[in-house]
Design a protein around this ligand. Sequence first.
Ligand SMILES: [Zn+2]
Length: 65
Amino acid sequence: MIKCPHCEFDGEHKLLRVWKFRWWGSYLYECPRCNGRFRYYVDPSGRRKNFIIKAGKKRELAVPA
Ligand SMILES: [Zn+2]
């Protein structure tokens, strides 16, 4: 389960965007509890770890999905 890096919420997050970052799958999520946004990166080969980056609150996402 993905955990919000802002408030540790680990329930259902709202998926805002999906795109490719080099070989990574990249997902932009919004936390329903604190409205914080974060990016979640997934390596499709599974050889590297998935990781989460904070993306600030209500400031990113200038481009609509
Ligand atoms: Zn949160």
